[in-house]
Design a protein around this ligand. Sequence first.
Ligand SMILES: Cc1cc2nc3c(=O)[nH]c(=O)nc-3n(C[C@H](O)[C@H](O)[C@H](O)COP(=O)(O)OP(=O)(O)OC[C@H]3O[C@@H](n4cnc5c(N)ncnc54)[C@H](O)[C@@H]3O)c2cc1C
Length: 324
Amino acid sequence: MYPSRFRYEAPRSIAEAISLLSQGGDEAKVLAGGQSLVPLMKLRFASPELIVDINNIGGLDYHREDADGTIRIGALCRHADLERSDLLRSKQPVMAEAAPLIADPIVRNRGTLVGSLCHADPQGDWASVVTALGGYVVARGPGGRRSIPITDFVTGPFQNALAPDEIAVEAVIPAPKDALAGGYLKLERRVGDFATVGVAVATETSNGMVTRAGIALTGVGGATISATDAAQALVGQPLTAQTIAQAAELAAAAARPRTDHRGSAEYKRHMVRTFVVRILSRGDSSEEQTAGHPDTAASPGPAGPEDTAGRGNDTSGDSAERAA
Ligand SMILES: Cc1cc2nc3c(=O)[nH]c(=O)nc-3n(C[C@H](O)[C@H](O)[C@H](O)COP(=O)(O)OP(=O)(O)OC[C@H]3O[C@@H](n4cnc5c(N)ncnc54)[C@H](O)[C@@H]3O)c2cc1C
């Protein structure tokens, strides 16, 4: 299907883009990578009257580290830039592990991390990663700049906190104060698919004790879930089989999965538990890890209908179906 008729503008500055958005009001949409917006428009799940394409605005395609270790990702930094990033590989293990798991190479070449946060798909991977890392989004509008913690930015499925005349100009990951570890694990029916379940975990440790933790879940609720009780249970504790098992239980309890064509609710909850254990166990040096390891991955777990070999391909239509 073709999109509805729309006016197209390609401003060359953020100020110009904001002015256009102010004129367009609720009927205007920013276009970044177009990997979510264009399929929705083609299916007519979205019919904006004005498209403000920000791809001609210079200086938004960066990702860089400040002197204090803060990482900033500009609105036109593509998933592929992050996948190939030496900075992330050396400094940011959670993002480095997630980047190659976003969609497929074609989508990664155009899609952006900031666009993914704005799109606020409950199955979007970056929102979980940024949530676990305690990140925030910087928005610019007629009133200037403001920073919005990611937990306030994603307000629901496919909803964000931006005003119609605001642009998200960058996402920011605060510098860790202590040794950072963690990762992102994703269960998908086939490579390139949206998450059946995704789990992001970030920990900071000092002298063997966890000083900060973040755990966030993809695809197991109506929006990205910040498993705060699970993360908080780790703080002030060493990473042992017991503390890991407790965090995994609390994360599974925080999940709100639904049974669907991707698997049963019970199976998805089981996978949340398993992924939390797997990621945290990378930092567990206790003897229990080899003795009585809590990772349930070896057990068959509740049966799920997943067939990783050749089940239906996830398409933009699937994304649109979920957006509707
Ligand atoms: C086949 C396919 C598979 C995919 N698989 C995955 C997957 O496995 N995991 C995953 O996380 N994602 C997946 N995606 C989505 C992909 O990651 C998109 O790139 C991402 O969701 C949106 O980024 P974008 O830059 O393409 O945004 P766009 O499509 O341009 O925009 C998306 C929405 O965000 C708004 N927006 C974008 N940028 C800004 C901004 N700077 N300021 C204000 N509003 C903005 C737009 O107005 C629009 O409403 C998939 C997409 C496709 C087509």
